[in-house]
Design a protein around this ligand. Structure first.
Ligand code: T3D
Length: 263
């Protein structure tokens, strides 16, 4: 039996999804794309899972679209690339951004092309010191996809976004940290332990509030201040109705740590 294209392991409130085609740096073929989608759906449906950790097996995080598979498809005749992206890739990026629980990305090696877009779609992006980020698209005559032209200007500003996508230089983890692409960089042999600790910490936090925070951040860049104040007010109304809010205030008044249940 062949290895699953994405390994799934849930423990202590965290579902770890490991992209698992290490021989090709976890390049995305249909099996991996389907398994990633299924893994996210499983983690979303499982109430005991309150955070997701996404990483890659072996020495890569994800090298983007599998170019051997793409070449094979082209030789079979014309294909509707846009429809392929809509059906195979977009549901993953959208599922990640709309995911009602936090997603921590542990970038353990190369994150290239759509693999970099997937890394950027995580809520908290962590990297090992030997990891790198690459907008590989122009190297093969393509344009960025899977959200890179949306994420990058917002994350690093227009000047750096343009240079990244047009020059397609490999960005080492240290530079990614300086540019604001990642939250923290760890020694390679510490990355997974540190990432798991952050994911486990987030799994103990008020999960409903995280969902609402993600909803607020998702619409903020399209809103004026007045509109966003209104969004925040409505989200706060929902947050105040949660059990976790009640527990947070009670714990504060009782001078003890809060025990959030994600409800
Ligand atoms: O509809 C659509 O599909 C369009 C969607 C497009 C979305 C995209 O993501 S387009 C961008 C596709 N990705 C790339 O162009 C990146 C290609 N890979 C690289 O540039 C390099 O591999 C890396 C910079 C990521 C890492 O370099 P390095 O030197 O660390 O590793 P390597 O030796 O190049 O790769 C190791 C193996 O993985 C190698 O196989 P081998 O020689 O050991 O048998 C290599 O061929 C394979 N590999 C790496 N990336 C891919 C891949 N195989 C298939 N597809 C890949 N993307």
């Amino acid at each position: 039996m062949s290895e699953p294209a994405v390994l799934y392991h849930a423990e202590a409130g965290v579902a770890t999804l490991t992209m698992n085609r290490p021989q090709v740096l976890n390049a995305l073929n249909d099996d991996l794309l389907t398994a990633l989608r299924q893994g996210l759906a499983r983690a979303k449906a499982d109430a005991s899972v309150r955070a997701v950790l996404l990483t890659g097996a072996g020495r890569g995080f994800c090298a983007g679209a599998d170019l051997t598979a793409a070449a094979g498809m082209k030789s079979n005749g014309p294909r509707d690339v846009a429809q392929g992206l809509r059906e195979r890739y977009h549901p993953i990026i959208l599922a990640m951004r709309q995911f009602p629980k936090p997603i921590v990305g542990a970038v353990n090696g190369s994150a290239a092309g759509a693999g970099m877009s997937i890394a950027l779609a995580c809520d908290i992006v962590l990297a090992g010191e030997s990891a790198s980020f690459l907008q590989a698209f122009t190297r093969i005559g393509l344009v960025p996809d899977c959200g890179s032209t949306w994420f990058l200007p917002r994350m690093v500003g227009d000047v750096r976004a343009r240079a990244m996508v047009m020059l397609a230089d490999k960005i080492p983890a240290a530079d990614a940290l300086q540019y604001g692409l990642v939250w923290k960089v760890f020694a390679d042999d510490r990355l997974m332990a540190e990432a798991l600790a952050i994911a486990q910490r987030m799994a103990q936090m008020p999960t409903r509030a995280y969902d609402l925070i993600k909803q607020g951040l998702a619409v903020s860049s399209g809103n004026g201040l007045g509109e966003q104040l209104e969004v925040e007010a409505l989200l706060q109304g929902q947050a105040m109705a949660t059990e976790d809010h009640k527990e947070g205030v009670t714990a504060f008044l009782q001078k003890r740590p809060a025990q959030f249940r994600g409800r």
